[in-house]
Each structure stands twice: as C-alpha cells, then as structure tokens.
Design a protein around this ligand. Sequence first.
Ligand SMILES: Nc1ncnc2c1ncn2[C@@H]1O[C@H](COP(=O)(O)OP(=O)(O)OP(=O)(O)O)[C@@H](O)[C@H]1O
Ligand SMILES: [Mg+2]
Length: 438
Amino acid sequence: MHAASAIDTLTLAIPPFRPLDSLDHVADHLLQAGYEPVLSVPIVDAERPVGMISRHQLHALFMKKFGRELYGKRPVADFMIRDFLSIEADTPLAQAAQYLTRHMRQPVSEDFVITREGLYQGVGAVLSLLGAMERQAVQHSAQLGHAYRELKASQAQLIQSEKMASLGQMVAGVAHEINTPLGYVRNNVEMVGEFTSQTARLLHAYRELSRALLAADGDAAQVTAALDSIEALEALIDPELLQADQSTLLTDTLYGLNQISELVSGLKDFSRLDQAPTDNVSLNDCVESALLIARNSLKNKVEVIRQLGDLPPLRCAPSQINQVLLNLLTNAAQAIADRGRILIRTWAGEGNVCISVQDTGKGMPPEVLKKIFDPFFTTKPVGEGTGLGLSIAYKIVEQHGGRIRVASQPGRGTRFVVELPCPTVTTPAAVSARLLQA
Ligand SMILES: Nc1ncnc2c1ncn2[C@@H]1O[C@H](COP(=O)(O)OP(=O)(O)OP(=O)(O)O)[C@@H](O)[C@H]1O
Ligand SMILES: [Mg+2]
C-alpha cells in the first residue's frame, strides 16, 4: 500500500485525557493550545482509546442550570461517548472514507480516533479526510489522463509500425514489379544503342556515295565502290526494318517507364505519412492504389474482379484507408491456397460509401471469426503474420466513424464489407423524394 494513501497522513497529535479526569479539567485544557484543530477530544486508558467527548457535549452540560457545579467534578468517563469511531493508521483513504460514511453520526464534522495496533495514535478530522480524498481524486484523474494520452500515442505508433511492416512486406514485391519493366527498358535501350551505331554506319556509306557523286572530277570507280559498300551494308541492315524495330523498342521503353513511374507514384501515395483527413478522396482510387501495391502477392494465383461503382468524393485519411484495403487484399490472397478469385465492389449507400472484398479462399470457422479483430490474433505461422492487420483496420474504420463487417464460410470464402460515412451521398430514391417535396 502506498503510504500517501493511508490514513496516518491525516493524524493530528492531540494529547488525550484519562477516564478519571474531571469535566472541569477537560474544559480548562480545551481552551489551551494543542486542541484547536479538533471538535472532539480522545479519552485514553493505558494507551487504548476508550471514548471521546466533544466540545458540543461539554457546552450542553455546563449550560444546564448549575451544570458546572453539578457535573464539573465528575470523571469524564461518566459522560464520554463509548461507541466513537476508530480507524487503524494504515487503512487506505478510500476504505476509511467508506467506513466513516457508513458509521458516521451527525454532525458530519465529528472527529475520529486513529490507532496503531489498537493503541492511541492521534485524532483525524472528517473534513481533512474529504480534502485528502479530493486531492487523491484529482491526482488519479491526472494520472488517468496521462495514461490515456500515452495509450493513444502508442496506438498511433502501433498503426504506424504495422503500416511500416506491411509496407516492408510490400517493398520486396514492388521492387520485383519495378525490376521487370526495368529489365526490358535496359535491354531496349542497349538495342537502340546498337541500332544507332548501325544507322551511323549506313549514314556514313550514304555520305560517301553523295561525296563521290558530287566530286568535280566525277570518278565512276569511286561511285561504284560506294554503291557496292551500301549494297553490302543493306544486306546486313535493312533500313526500313531498322526504323520499324527502333520505333517499337522506343514505344515499349516508354510503356515500361510509365509502368515504373506508376508504381513509384503508387508507392508514394500509399506510404503518405499524413494522418489528417483530406476532402475529395476517391475510394476507387484507393482500391487501385492498394491493388497496385498488392500486385505481386496477387499475380499468378488470384483473378481480381473489380465492380467499382460511381462514388461521391469522400472525406478520409487516404493513406489509412489504403492500409485497410491492403490488409483485406493481403488476407484474401493469403487465404487462397492455389488459385482463386477476389471480387472487389464499391457502391454508394444511404449516407455512406461501401466497399466489399470477397475471396474464394479457405474461409474461417466461427471460433476463428470471433477473434479476428483481437490484436495479435493470427492463425499464420510465426514470422508470417503479426495478427495486427485487422485490429488496426478496425481501429482505422472506427476512427473514420464507419464500421467493418465480415461473413465467412469454411471452404467457400470470406467477405469483408467496410462502410464509411459520407454525408453528401444521395441515392436516386433520396433525390426523387427531395424533388417531390420541392
Ligand atoms: N480473408 C480471410 N480468409 C480467411 N481467414 C482470414 C481472412 N482474413 C483474416 N483471416 C483470419 O484472421 C486472422 C487475423 O487477421 P489479421 O489481418 O489481423 O492478422 P494476420 O493476417 O494473421 O497478420 P498480419 O495482418 O499482421 O500480417 C488471420 O490470421 C486469419 O486467420
Ligand atoms: Mg493480415
């Protein structure tokens, strides 16, 4: 138990009276220094508290007719309260307060005796107990506030590190994706380089011919030689074919470069670190962005079918929504053992936009389904899954004011539906209702 929370911090060292002391003696002493803070004084016999007497009681007795003469000489034990309140010094504040409120008599400002192992220690005042309780409550609420802020920060940290982890997984795939076009772009450029040197040889031969033709002395032998060497070169290099090949190579190269820049900008979009919501986000663009990043884990085994509806612009943090979608797509791909399909649908609902990711994977039994949103729950081998993906997806969707639902059948597949609120959504039914009203 923490010392600061125990009742002994409230102990007032009030000198006690003995049971045989007279009321006069008590009354005289009460006026002296040391007793000011309390309304009641303790009566102690051989260090054990046996009673209490209050100023109020003394006053009432002495105010009676001849009160002081009648009662002044009598021992205080004749008048003291015997069922006074007594609390052990190491009792926690909250427990003491509970005990006092349960047993306290009026007036509430009455004092109580504090003991240690049954022996007199001092006196406590109900008001100072209340004050201490209040200070403790303030301190607890500050601690709670601090803990809450820390929890929020670590949650944001968790989302960020999961994002980094999933990004890490994806980087290998994306690097591979970039490598393929990069490979043939390099090849093409090398070939264009070779073609350029062939073109240069042809050009050189043509210039030799033109020089021979234009020469003032007009040597026919030189012209014939130039023509022969052109013929020999053209047998090796067909200029028309060369031009056609070169333009195909350049078109392919441009295509490859576009693919690379698409991947790079997709990656940049995806990994945006901003958490702040942005207006005018297209959920369909988020789908494309996540698909681009997930491409490597989907290809060769998953047929992706998109049914993307007309969606109004959405206010959301796109990088976080990308993270949700990427996790749903990765989970779906991981659930498909051999070959399968992922159907992605988006549509505008009543006041929201929805996206469903449905796979033909292995599905989940009810006992797994129950736990999938729990942090660290995973059925994947160590090192493959952290079990954070869905819990973070859940948190992100919740922070956007939306919800995420799932239905699954073992052996048949799983469907996740994410709904995000979008107040501007108006369905045709809502539009016609409004038109009718107008
Ligand atoms: N589409 C799905 N089909 C079948 N099981 C799924 C599907 N999505 C999730 N699960 C189950 O839910 C569990 C938790 O998923 P979650 O995304 O939270 O973690 P994980 O995929 O195991 O690990 P991580 O996402 O961190 O790599 C998975 O281990 C899997 O058992
Ligand atoms: Mg996952």
